[in-house]
Design a binder for this molecule. Structure first.
Ligand code: SAM
Length: 196
């Protein structure tokens, strides 16, 4: 049956299904884009571009997704959107289109540390959030709340260095690289030290 989607994704659900992963999705969620000031928005754009670079360098085939993608980001990003899952709709729709019911939300304020068991999940979400103004503490959790309201199971997990999030680089591209290294089997500490 034809899916009616008021958000008109750049890639349709059927396209996504056709390329269903052996690899988990790495999803950068731009739900909180409008909460950022212009300087922060520029940093998000830059970090997204670098995230695409990390995915290519680390050969994570075509599994980068950017959700809540808006026209401004599309225009400024200057990466080949056809090579990623560029999705104008909410993250929950991308997950539902792919039959994914449970995700790992990388969140520095989570209670639990990301474990090797979590690495078996099919999708990982990184908040498209940059803190310069100092008003976004705890906002990653909001992404999780929205997903839970849509019936998705959200595993909130933090990445820590010797027990603490202090010392873990928090740029979107760095978190992506740490995660990819862990997906390739590197221990957390080694992965963090490699990107510092
Ligand atoms: N101000 C946000 C908060 O307090 O929730 C953090 C924003 S951080 C600059 C950007 C994103 O990187 C977060 O949304 C999260 O997905 C990821 N991130 C950064 N540090 C992390 C850590 N230590 N553990 C897990 N995820 C982290």
């Amino acid at each position: 049956p034809c899916m009616v989607n008021k958000f008109k994704p750049v890639v349709t659900g059927e396209d996504l299904k056709a390329k269903l992963p052996d690899y988990p999705y790495i999803i950068v969620d731009l739900m909180l884009w409008d909460k950022h000031i212009p300087k922060e928005k520029s940093k998000i754009i830059l970090q997204l571009r670098e995230t695409y670079g990390v995915m290519r360098r680390m050969m994570w085939p075509k599994m980068l997704a950017i959700t809540w993608l808006n026209d401004e980001v599309k225009e400024r990003l200057k990466i080949p959107l056809e090579k990623i899952k560029a999705y104008e709709g909410p993250t929950s729709e991308l997950l539902k289109d792919n039959g994914i019911k449970r995700v790992v939300l990388l969140d520095p304020n989570a209670d639990e540390v990301l474990s090797s068991n979590d690495l078996k999940e099919k999708a990982f979400i990184i908040g498209g959030i940059v803190d310069m103004k100092g008003d976004k503490k705890g906002t990653t959790a909001k992404i999780g709340e929205v997903l839970e309201r849509e019936g998705i199971d959200v595993l909130r997990r933090k990445i820590v260095l010797r027990g603490d999030v202090v010392g873990v680089p928090n740029r979107i591209n760095h978190i992506t690289e740490i995660l990819l290294r862990m997906l390739y089997g590197e221990p957390m500490e080694k992965a963090i030290l490699a990107v510092q």
